[in-house]
Design a protein around this ligand. Structure first.
Ligand code: DAH
Length: 338
């Protein structure tokens, strides 16, 4: 009998159980009522007393081996038991929450201020054609004003480009809508500039366009002053300087007096305390003609402002590049500011 038991021990040691079917046939063979173990135990009872001790020990070894074999197989085939235990008293996984980018926040503030006086948002494409970015805005081929804006062309096709300003939205919108028009358009613009603390090849603008009957320069001034007071506070000092843009006539640039309290103020305003905030003007009748709006009946104004510069001043950020690096240590500093 000992030989028989040893043979089973050997069998079990060599057996490989790799799936539930094999496990259940193992169980059937060794551990059921009529299985090997029970049969051996019945045989064992009939043994003469002298043989019982050694054979009994061997039989126990076989029993333990058979059970432990099955147990390890069952444990391995179960999905990890420990992982399934849910301890509801443990603190949950802490997911780090991002924060609003300062440019998004300032853009949102500006948009909200202008929405209050009836402007609605119009968004347009960033990949533009020559007509919408230049020609229709009164900048025909070879117009010197094109040199002011170094352009990224796509596939060396001089007709397709990354818009250099949001003024292209004026044309797209006027082609599709008739006056009265009162829109703002925030968005990204692109220029082939060397990247430095003061310049970047990507930046953000907000364009405004207002067209109706009898719109005058004083309407433009009123809206701009309302806007600047809402954004920078009631006491902000502003000035309109005559300027030139091909798509407006007359044109102006608007400055605010920010002061020179910090080193950042000094750098951002180039030591003057004044900061140019936007360009604006009355829409040139040629532009209205280009989009089939009757320039004798309608007039309007437009303005365009850069979001980066305003944000730099408001939050004392000296280096434009910080806006685009998405370094969480930079962005996080504004979590509390808003
Ligand atoms: N598009 C001009 C620029 O990027 C800014 C601008 C000036 C927009 C005058 C206007 C405007 O709408 O009337 O430099």
């Amino acid at each position: 009998m000992k030989e028989k038991i040893n043979k089973y021990i050997n069998d079990i040691n060599n057996i490989v159980i790799s799936n539930p079917v094999e496990a259940s046939s193992f169980k059937n063979k060794y551990l059921t009522k009529k299985g090997v173990l029970n049969q051996l135990f019945s045989e064992f009872k009939q043994l003469p007393g002298a043989e019982k001790k050694e054979t009994g020990q061997l039989l126990n070894k076989l029993k333990i081996l058979a059970f432990s074999k099955l147990e390890t197989v069952e444990n391995n085939s179960k999905p990890n038991k420990n992982k399934e235990i849910i301890d509801v008293t443990l603190p949950s996984n802490y997911e780090e929450i991002g924060s609003v980018h300062p440019l998004s926040k300032v853009q949102e503030n500006i948009v909200n201020i202008l929405k209050k006086v009836g402007f609605s948002i119009s968004k347009e494409r960033e990949i533009e054609d020559d007509w919408h970015n230049f020609s229709a805005l009164n900048m025909p081929q070879n117009h010197p004003a094109r040199d002011m804006q170094d352009t990224f062309f796509i596939d060396l096709n001089p007709d397709i480009l990354l818009r250099t300003h949001t003024s292209s939205v004026q044309i797209r919108h006027m082609e599709k809508h008739k006056p009265p028009i009162r829109i703002i358009s925030p968005g990204r613009v692109y220029r082939k500039e060397d990247i430095s603390a003061r310049a970047h090849c990507i930046f953000h603008q907000i364009e405004g366009l207002y067209i109706d009957q009898n719109v005058s320069f004083s309407d433009l001034k009123a809206i701009i002053n309302y806007f600047l007071k809402s954004l920078f506070g009631k006491d902000v000092k502003t000035r309109f300087r005559p300027s030139f843009f091909p798509f407006t006539e007359p044109s102006a640039e608007v400055d605010i007096y920010w002061g020179l309290e910090s080193e950042s103020d000094y750098r951002i305003t180039k030591g003057t305390g004044w900061l140019e905030i936007m360009g604006c003007g009355m829409i040139d009748p040629n532009v209205l003609k280009n989009v089939n709006i009757d320039a004798d009946k309608f007039s309007g104004f437009a303005f365009g402002l850069g979001i980066e510069r305003i944000t730099m001043l408001l939050y004392q950020i000296d280096d434009l590049r910080l806006f685009f690096e998405n370094d969480i240590r930079f962005i996080k500093q504004f979590q509390k500011a808003f």
